[in-house]
Design a protein around this ligand. Structure first.
Ligand code: NDP
Length: 297
């Protein structure tokens, strides 16, 4: 079998198109422009790239982008003061604090100071609790993107066996909650899981969010399963330079799976698209308006 390639780049463009349509309607009918504030502390090069591309795409879909770049030695109180200001700013519907923060800042404290209604990353403890209890919440962008691709590919996920490899608060745990919400039978595997290959072999859906290059080979994959590869790992090429690979061994998995997301071009582009979708959703909720269909969990 050769797997269908789930084209995250194209899917993300469709999601951004829907977001842009909704933004146009919000502006023309209601006179509201959704706004996303991104806060970057310090000069981590990867974070700078992410923040730049988030800002660019925010503007491309017609929303306001507010970038706040703070010095690496910014005090916790200064950062909390800025978040308080953004919480109270009616032009700001979404707030994202780019992680990781410098070591002297308490990430949990900072994230939990964001108004949960503006927490477009879905990391605030209130949103984690709402998601866990099946209530309306802001959903973390990467797992939301994975869920959208899975729903698009499968239609209903009800009754499917899903194995999520990785239990981080950012990807693994919320992904498992979302799959449970769609009535999958869910297993969360991690570094202490026994007989991991056999656990993965049971899965109709495998979500790999480990951060280990090409860790999952094709002979762990049940024939016909859907493989969602969240991993982004940079490895050296034999001829010099480097390239991006996922957490699954793409060629051997694609030979067995029914469908697979590539790296790059799979989950990655969906993450920013879902951030924009979450911002529109937050804006609609803040203004008591109906939410765009198909852009939330
Ligand atoms: P974390 O490092 O926070 O979590 C990794 C998880 O993998 C942990 O739960 C860990 O288990 C588990 N793990 C590690 N080694 C093994 C192993 N040998 N067998 C089984 N499980 C193992 O990573 P993240 O969740 O933040 O990210 C995972 C990957 O996804 C990374 O490559 C990251 O770059 C990528 N990513 C991609 C995004 C995108 O937009 N596409 C967004 C976010 C992340 P334990 O808890 O026991 O230590």
């Amino acid at each position: 079998m050769t797997a269908t390639v789930i084209d995250g780049k194209a899917f993300a463009a469709t999601v951004r198109g829907k977001v842009a349509e909704h933004v146009t309607r919000l502006k023309e009918v209601h006179g509201i422009t959704p706004g996303l504030a991104v806060v970057l502390v310090g000069e981590d090069p990867a974070s700078q790239v992410y923040v730049r591309s988030k800002g660019k795409m925010t503007v491309e879909v017609g929303m306001n982008s507010f970038e706040h770049k703070l010095e690496a030695n910014t005090s916790e109180q200064e950062l909390l003061n800025l978040i308080e200001k953004l919480n109270n700013d009616p032009a700001v519907h979404g707030i994202l604090v780019q992680l990781p923060l410098p070591d002297h800042l308490d990430s949990d404290l900072v994230i939990n100071s964001i108004d949960p209604a503006k927490d477009v990353d879905g990391f605030h403890i209130s949103n984690v609790g709402l998601l866990g209890t099946g209530q309306k919440s802001m959903v973390p962008c990467t797992p939301l993107g994975c869920l959208m691709m899975l729903r698009d590919h499968h239609g209903s996920l009800s009754g499917l066996n899903a194995v999520v490899v990785g239990r981080s608060n950012i990807v693994g745990k919320p992904m498992a909650q979302l799959l449970l919400g769609d009535s999958c039978t869910v297993t969360i595997a991690h570094s202490r899981t026994k007989d991991l290959p056999d656990v993965v072999r049971q899965a109709d859906i495998v979500v790999a969010a480990v951060g280990r290059p090409q860790m999952i080979p094709g002979d762990w994959i049940k024939p016909g399963a859907t493989v969602i590869d969240v991993g982004i790992n940079r490895i050296e090429k034999p001829e010099g330079g480097n390239r991006l690979v996922g957490d699954v061994e793409y060629d051997s998995c694609a030979a067995v799976a029914g469908a697979i997301t590539p790296v790059p071009g799979g989950v990655g582009p969906m993450t920013i698209a879902c951030l924009l979708a979450n911002t529109v959703t937050a804006c609609c909720r803040a203004n008591g308006l109906s939410e765009p269909e198909g852009l939330a969990a």
